[in-house]
Every structure is written in structure tokens, then in C-alpha cells.
Design a protein around this ligand. Structure first.
Ligand code: F6P
Length: 359
């Protein structure tokens, strides 16, 4: 018996007891948790499910969809659309927001989610996740696309599930970041990691260095210094990780610190970054801030970015506070032209000193 353990429902009731609309928000998060359990069971079957691999179709942004992307999306929609708790939902897998069936009661929240983040990893049995964000919907009308375009600082709940060796749910309602582990025997999420706190300093960074030739100078400067380790300006060695699954990188950072970057690059000039503001950067940014870390585009706090489009992308630099502040400073110095000569924009243009020659 495990008497006295704090289940997710008990925790949410306690945290949201005095919040306006708190009961509905707690109930919605329990619905999200139910979806997460179903997605966890599905992904854990691996090849036995028959659902590995890609579909012929792609999503609205031209990306290949995995069968599991589509199934996880359906699970989230069906778990959360029936209870009179949401007014509408937006998913990374859908071009337009999901409108509730007309016979469903409409609630006061908007649920925004990436049903299966890092899904390229499902075929190789590496951790993936689900990311979600909740906004309040004011007004009696059904929401339209513009209602979802709110800055991350007005979120009322955010979280992710990670489907790793254990399935965990990590969430915030603005009172710290807390982690729950799925006890598969009893089917409950149990509070195992209360009040997660990210160390302010770190010697671990995560970035896809195959994109190095597309980065801006401040990111080159930072990564070059990390790589130089104790022989360079930082005077200590750094370690690097890249899982290609944002939830897994973020989870590591919440557990032991670190910095994660998917910065602005020139790989596709139409996209200022790879990650989506509404489905990924905002919820993760808030979780990181609530754990004492920092989340930035390099030039602005992520939670202050004013969204202009549902599937908008944004540069993301987050994690241990002092490192993110350092990278922001490198951006500011670069923009002001006060960084060291070899980081100046001029050298970006000259083949001999092009950053890719230095990383
Ligand atoms: O959509 C996003 C994502 O899968 C993230 O989870 C991950 O951090 C990133 O893309 C991986 O990108 P890349 O394929 O460049 O390694």
C-alpha cells in the first residue's frame, strides 16, 4: 500500500482551490493526464502496436507526419473535448484550431498542444513527449484563431509528459514546477519531484551542431567557448548532449541543469527558428521560469513574444539562468557591435573567418 502519497488530482485540488475557475482547470488537467496515459501505453508498445513509421500525408507546415503523431492528436482531442471544460483546442498537427462539436458544452479554457514532440524518435525507441499549454478564454463566443495568439506570460497552466523508461508529467499552474511519475500498477500520477529547481550554473549544453554554418555569431561565440573548455575563456570543460527530442532535453535540464538552444538560423530564411512558439516554446519557457531558470529568444524573454500566427516559430535558448544570461549578453554585444573582433558581423561575411571555420 502507498498511503499518503500525493496523486495528481489531490495536488491539483490543493493548488487550485482558491483560484477562480480552479476546479475546471484541475478537471481539464486530469483529462490531459488521461490522454497522456493512453499515449504512454501506445508508445510503450513500440513495433507491437503496428503504428511505427510515417504516413503518406504531411501536416500543414509540410512536415512528414508519423502514424503516432496522428493517433496521439486524436487521443488528446477526444480526452479533452467532451467535458465542458475547453472552449477550443489548437494542435501542432492541425492547420486550424479544433472547433468543439455543436452538442458539446463549451468551457472557459483553450488547450494548445503538441501531441507527440520529437516523434522522429519513436522509430528508434528514444524518449518522446507531449507538450501542452492552457489559456483562459474570455467571452461567451466560440474562439477564433486570434484568441489563441496570446503571449506565454498569460498561460494559466503548462506542462509536458515524457515517455521514457518511466512516464512522467511535469506541470505548472504558476506555483512552481512539479514532476509526477506514472505508477502503472495503480494507474495514477504520483508527485515525486515537487518544486523542481534548475541550478543557476551548468557545464552542459545541448544544440544541433550540424546547423553550425547557419547560426548567428553570438551562438558561435558561446559554443566555441564551451568547446574550448578549460583551455579557453570559460576555464572549465563542458559536456554536450543532443537527443533531438525537446522534452527529453528539457527534462534533463530540470533534473540537473544545462542549457538548450535551437537558436535563430539561416537554414530556412522563412523561419526564424525551428520550434513553435505556442506549442513548444511558451509552455516549456514557463516551466523553466517557474523552476528558476530562464527562457529567451536570445534577444527577448520568450513569454513576452507577441504571437502573430498559430504555427509561428521562434528561436529558443533556455535553461540554467547564468548561462542563458551570458548568451543574451553575447546577442546584445553582437547587435551593438561591441563584441570581440572575430565575432563581428563583418567576419561573418569573410570566408577565411566564417564562423563555420571556427566551430
Ligand atoms: O519539433 C521539434 C523537435 O523534434 C524537437 O523536439 C527537437 O528538439 C528538435 O525538433 C530536433 O531537431 P533536429 O532534427 O534538428 O535535431
Amino acid at each position: 500500500m502507498h498511503l499518503g502519497r500525493t496523486t495528481l488530482s489531490k495536488f491539483l485540488i490543493q493548488q487550485l482551490r482558491d483560484t477562480d475557475g480552479g476546479n475546471d482547470l484541475a478537471a481539464l488537467l486530469v483529462d490531459v493526464a488521461a490522454a497522456v496515459k493512453a499515449i504512454s501505453a501506445m508508445t510503450a508498445k513500440g513495433a507491437l502496436s503496428g503504428f511505427l513509421g510515417a504516413l503518406e500525408s504531411s501536416n500543414g507546415q509540410g512536415e512528414t507526419q508519423k502514424k503516432l503523431d496522428v493517433l496521439a492528436n486524436e487521443i488528446m482531442l477526444r480526452s479533452c473535448d467532451w467535458g465542458g471544460l475547453v472552449a477550443g483546442m489548437a494542435s501542432e498537427e492541425l492547420d486550424e484550431p479544433y472547433e468543439l462539436p455543436t452538442d458539446h458544452a463549451r468551457g472557459q479554457y483553450l488547450l494548445i498542444f503538441d501531441p507527440l514532440d520529437g516523434s522522429s524518435n519513436t522509430d528508434v525507441n528514444v524518449s518522446v513527449g507531449t507538450i501542452f499549454s492552457v489559456l483562459r478564454h474570455a467571452g461567451a463566443q466560440a474562439p477564433v484563431g486570434a484568441d489563441y495568439l496570446k503571449p506565454g506570460r498569460v498561460q494559466v497552466a503548462a506542462g509536458y509528459a515524457i515517455y521514457g523508461p518511466a512516464t512522467m508529467l511535469v506541470l505548472t499552474v504558476g506555483k512552481g514546477t512539479h514532476g509526477f511519475t506514472l505508477d502503472r500498477e495503480i494507474g495514477n500520477f504520483i508527485l515525486t519531484h515537487p518544486n523542481l529547481t534548475i541550478p543557476e550554473d551548468t557545464s552542459e549544453f545541448a544544440i544541433n551542431t550540424s546547423n553550425a554554418r547557419f547560426w548567428e555569431a553570438p551562438v558561435h561565440r558561446y559554443v566555441t567557448e564551451c568547446q574550448a573548455g578549460r583551455t579557453g575563456d570559460r576555464r572549465r570543460d563542458f559536456n554536450m548532449r543532443w537527443i533531438a527530442s525537446m522534452v527529453a532535453e528539457v527534462h534533463r535540464i530540470l533534473m540537473r541543469g544545462g542549457v538548450f538552444m535551437y537558436p535563430k538560423d539561416t537554414k530556412d530564411p522563412g523561419k526564424p527558428g525551428r520550434l513553435r512558439l505556442l506549442y513548444e516554446a511558451n509552455p516549456i519557457g514557463w516551466l523553466i521560469e517557474q523552476a528558476g531558470g530562464r527562457a529567451s529568444t536570445g534577444r527577448q524573454r520568450i513569454l513576452d513574444v507577441a504571437p502573430t500566427a498559430l504555427h509561428q516559430r521562434v528561436p529558443v535558448i533556455l535553461g540554467s539562468r547564468h548561462e542563458v544570461e551570458r548568451i543574451e549578453r553575447y546577442h546584445a554585444e553582437y547587435d551593438a557591435g561591441t563584441d570581440r573582433p572575430f565575432e563581428s558581423p563583418l567576419f561573418n561575411e569573410r570566408s577565411l573567418f566564417r564562423p563555420e571555420a571556427r566551430v
